[in-house]
Each structure stands twice: as C-alpha cells, then as structure tokens.
Unconditional design. Structure first.
Ligand code: TXA
Ligand code: MG
Length: 314
C-alpha cells in the first residue's frame, strides 16, 4: 500500500478495487497524471473523471458549495456507491473535469480504495480501469487484460462485491437529477430527497457513461423481448446467451450460456454481469443475446448497461 501511494504521489497510475468496479487512479490535482489516465484509457478529453475521497473534510479543497440535498445524500449513502456532481473549486484541474464548472465526487466504501486514498494523502481521480467504451473491470485480471503494463501498479482486492458502477446524481440544476443509474436505486434516493428527474438521453454529453454505445462487447449484442424468449437466429449464426436466471428451456442452438443468477437474484446478477459479458465476448461468436430484467431497483442500472452494450457500432 505504501508503494502504491508513492506511485500516486509521484504522478503514476494505480489500478485499485472499489465496491463497484476497478478504478484507474491518479492524483486528481496533478494535470500530467490525469493526462496519462486519458491517454492510457484512450478516453476522449470531453469525458470528466470521478474524484475519490475518504473524508468529508477533503471536500473543502475541491468544491465551492454543498447543497442541503447533497448533505442529506452524503449522510445516507457515503461511504458507498453514490457519486455527487458539485460546483468545483479552481484548484481542481480543468482536465479532471473536462472543462466543466462541476466536479464529480465519490467516497468509496471498499477498504483497499480507502487505504490507498488515505495513504496517498491526495484525492484520487479514477475512471473505470478499462479501455474507453469497453466493459468495466470487476477483477484484477480484467485490468491486466485491458490495460496490461500501461498501468504502473495493480492492487488485487479480489472480485468487486457490487459489480456495476456508482449512481451519479447532480443537484446543480433546477431539479435533483439522476445522471447515471447505479447500485443505489432511485427509490432509495427519493426516500432521502424526494423527487428526482432522470437525465434526458438526448442532452449534450455531461456524462459519457451516457453515450449511447458504452460498456460494450466487441461481439454485437441483441436484447430479447422477454426472459425465456427464443431468438430468431440467422442461418448458421454462432450465438451466446446471457440469461438472467436459470433458463426455462434447453436451447441447444446456443454455443454458450451464461446464467447471471440461477435463483434470479438481481444483486447476484449485477455482480456477475461484466465478467459474464467478457467471457462470452472472448469466445468470438457472431452474436450475443441478452435476456432483459425488470427495470426496478438495481434492474434499472443492469438494463442501462445492457442497452448501451446493444447499440450497434454504426
Ligand atoms: O463506480 C464508479 O463510479 C467507478 C469507480 C472506479 O469509482 N468509476 C467510474 O468512472 O465509473 P467512469 O469514468 O467510468 O465514469 C464516470 C462518469 C462518466 O460518465 C462521466 O462523464 C461522469 O461520471 N462525470 C464525471 N464528472 C462529471 C461531471 N462534472 N458532471 C457530470 N458527469 C460527470
Ligand atoms: Mg467507465
């Protein structure tokens, strides 16, 4: 951990586990380090990073104001998988926030992430540790597969317990707005702050996690009409199935089937989602078919990721 913190302080890049997905971390206040993160991920510079902290006291250096609603959300969900978009202070580099007047901040709960930030003594900017647009990493091997030796150090903390990215909320507009559905559900947030609007898909990009195609496999994917629906396949198509729960029928037309949760538990399904997508993608099949799930609770985040994965390339 001392070595990792040292790498961060010297402007290097450390991949580390969080409760959601693995992050590719650097000193959030060092523009050169942040530039390397963009380069390594091949991330477009219009896509701002999330800054990770361990104490609320560090907000003083990073943000101008914190609304009452933000405070309530922090009280309810920090540390944990909730990211808040707040008006930034000048000393947060423009590169970190892609020139936006706001900065996205999250206080992770994962002990390895927390130890790293604490030991480094600086806020850590970290996007998911995958090449831009690809499926997020939920274990250290995924980081090795995607970024390999372009990262200075990888901290292996085992598989991520949640498996989908943090929920992103912004209170800087007229209404509290959900920018990215994640593991903290809309219902949980509404219980704390009341009405929340969902960001319009057509809006100019404030969160490229909202880009139509993102979290995407190389293999084209289609979403089935319902759980248990049988796809119409073309000719000799070699296809894989991503099933939400144990399939109700045996379809021998599939070359491979990944079951996200045999008992149909959404938490388990979310935890397994990205690893299953990567395994199916590695088979070099012609097409993947994914079963949908109910867009309730965590299901909203799962369907958001599946839809963005299923958007055709052109
Ligand atoms: O769970 C997570 O949030 C993970 C772990 C590593 O913490 N991180 C993550 O980072 O998912 P990334 O870079 O893959 O996604 C960050 C999202 C992007 O869609 C970005 O556009 C949005 O946060 N974002 C960052 N700063 C923003 C801002 N100032 N306003 C609006 N959206 C912002
Ligand atoms: Mg990402």
């Amino acid at each position: 951990m001392r070595l990792a913190a040292d790498v961060i302080r010297r402007g290097g890049l450390v991949a580390f586990p969080t409760e959601t997905v693995y992050g590719l971390g650097c000193d959030a206040l060092n523009p050169e380090a942040v530039a390397r993160v963009f380069e390594v991920k091949q991330r477009p510079s219009f896509d701002p990073l999330i800054v990770h902290i361990v104490t609320r006291a560090s907000l003083d250096r990073l943000v101008e104001t914190i609304s009452f609603g933000d405070h309530r959300l922090m009280d309810a969900f920090w540390p944990g998988p909730l990211t808040l978009v707040l008006p930034k202070r000048e000393q947060v580099p423009d590169l970190t926030t892609a020139g936006l007047p706001t900065v996205a901040i999250r206080m992770p709960a994962h002990p390895v992430a927390r130890a790293l930030i604490r030991e480094a003594g600086v806020p850590i900017a970290a996007p998911s540790a995958n090449p831009f647009g690809y499926v997020s990493p939920t274990c250290a091997q995924h980081v090795v597969d995607g970024l390999g030796d372009r990262v200075d150090l990888i901290l292996d903390g085992g598989p991520c317990p949640i498996g989908v990215e943090s929920t992103i909320m912004s209170m800087v507009g007229t209404w509290p707005e959900l920018l990215r559905p994640g593991s903290i559900t809309l219902t949980e947030i509404r219980e704390v702050i009341g009405p929340v609007v969902r960001a319009a898909a057509s809006r100019t990009v404030v969160a490229p996690g909202q880009l139509p195609r993102h979290y995407a496999t190389g293999t084209p994917m289609s979403i089935l009409g319902a759980q248990g629906a049988r796809p119409v396949m073309h000719g000799h198509e070699r296809a894989g199935l991503l099933a939400m729960s144990a399939p109700v029928y045996a379809d021998e037309r599939f070359c491979a089937i990944e079951v996200l949760s045999p008992s149909g538990d959404l938490r388990e399904a979310a935890r397994n989602l990205f690893a299953a997508l990567r395994r199916l993608d590695a088979l070099g099949l012609d097409r993947l078919y994914a079963e949908p799930c109910d867009e309730q609770g965590l299901g909203l985040a799962v369907m958001d990721r599946l839809r963005r994965c299923a958007v055709p390339l052109k």
